[in-house]
Ligand binder design. Structure first.
Ligand code: BJW
Ligand code: ZN
Length: 265
């Protein structure tokens, strides 16, 4: 399916009567009052508007560090202090950040559709703080720490307050962020619920992800093959843009509220 690209909603947010772009208008017209199962897949770009760095952008983490130096179990085994300090700093940045208009718009969609499933690769907890009650966190959470030895979990806020880099669990094991590193399995329950929702989706909104990390990115194809209208919200094209029926080529904090005026007025 060819994507219709609609860019730069900036400054247009107060235009109440802006008509939806053709692919969305046609799609909405074909579903008067019908079931509308909506899935949102979010990535780091959604939190860019909250001041948090992405991974692969110009100011992204991977411009300064190689992923295998920080986001693998091998890196943690080799240099636990460096890895812990990097995550502790990112935890503090996330805790100091506020959800933006994109997170808030997704939270506003709760209860507006037959179903809404929010699937996120983000670990920053901003969806929950915006009011989304139970996002499926495919890459875990930076709001929690866990013992690398016994698996015990505790709030990251408590872990960073302890001495040691990394601090130790009562069992003697090292504490680590409760996130999913490269080569580690995603939480099976969250992944299978996300996969199920993608297969059933009528509308699949992809916001702020470069769609380069699997299996999360594969959900876009799952939804598109199952017949969902894919809407991609991203200033840049991605490897999956060709599957999008509609591209909103601007920042999520502008484009998601714009999308919401069409699908959840
Ligand atoms: C804006 C914006 C604005 C900017 N508004 N947009 C198939 C093929 C090839 C490889 C694999 C495969 N399947 C699996 C793999 C291996 C690997 C992988 O995917 N590698 C690829 C990189 C090639 N995957 C894994 O290893 C996964 N595990 C796995 O497969 O396990 C198998 C297994 C099974 C059983 C037992 C054991 C193992 C795990 C992947 C874990 C990824 N972890 C990270 C770190 C998490 C912790 C942390 O936060 O540090 O997750 S890596 C990093 O990338 C992080 C992100 O969640 C993830 C995705 O990044 P994201 O969100 O897309 O961000 P960016 O920066 O890439 O993109 C930002 C986008 O926003 C850009 O497009 C901008 O344009 C845009 N943007 N401002 C809207 N304002
Ligand atoms: Zn332990």
């Amino acid at each position: 399916m060819g994507a219709a690209a609609v860019g730069g909603g900036g400054g247009g947010e107060r235009r109440a009567a802006e008509a939806p772009p053709a692919p969305l208008a046609g799609w909405l017209a074909g579903r008067p009052g019908g079931p509308l199962r909506v899935v949102v897949l979010s990535g780091a770009g959604l939190s860019a508007g909250s001041g948090l760095a992405t991974f692969r952008g110009a100011d992204g983490h991977w411009q300064r560090y190689r992923p295998e130096e920080l986001a693998t179990p091998q890196a943690f085994a080799r240099r636990p202090e460096v890895v812990w300090e990097w995550y502790a700093a990112r935890f503090r940045a996330a805790a100091a950040a506020e959800p933006n208009a994109g997170h808030r718009e997704i939270a506003r969609w709760e209860g507006r559709f037959t179903s809404l499933t929010v699937v996120t690769q983000n670990v920053d907890g901003l969806h929950q703080r915006a009011g989304t009650p139970d996002p499926l966190e495919l890459h875990g959470s930076l709001v929690r720490a866990r013992c690398a030895a016994c698996g015990e979990r505790l709030p990251m806020a408590d872990a960073v307050a302890r001495p040691g880099a990394p601090p130790r669990c009562a069992c003697g094991g090292r504490l680590r962020p409760d996130v999913v590193w490269f080569g580690e399995a995603l939480p099976i329950d969250a992944l299978s619920r996300a996969d199920h929702a993608a297969r059933k989706a009528d509308l699949f909104v992809v916001a702020g992800t470069s769609a380069q990390v699997f299996p999360a990115a594969g959900l876009i194809e799952v939804a598109a093959r199952a017949g969902a209208l894919v809407v991609e919200v991203n200033p840049e094209a991605t490897p999956f843009s060709s599957l999008a029926g509609l591209r909103l080529a601007g920042p999520a904090e502008v484009e998601l509220p714009r999308l919401g005026r069409w699908i959840a007025p």
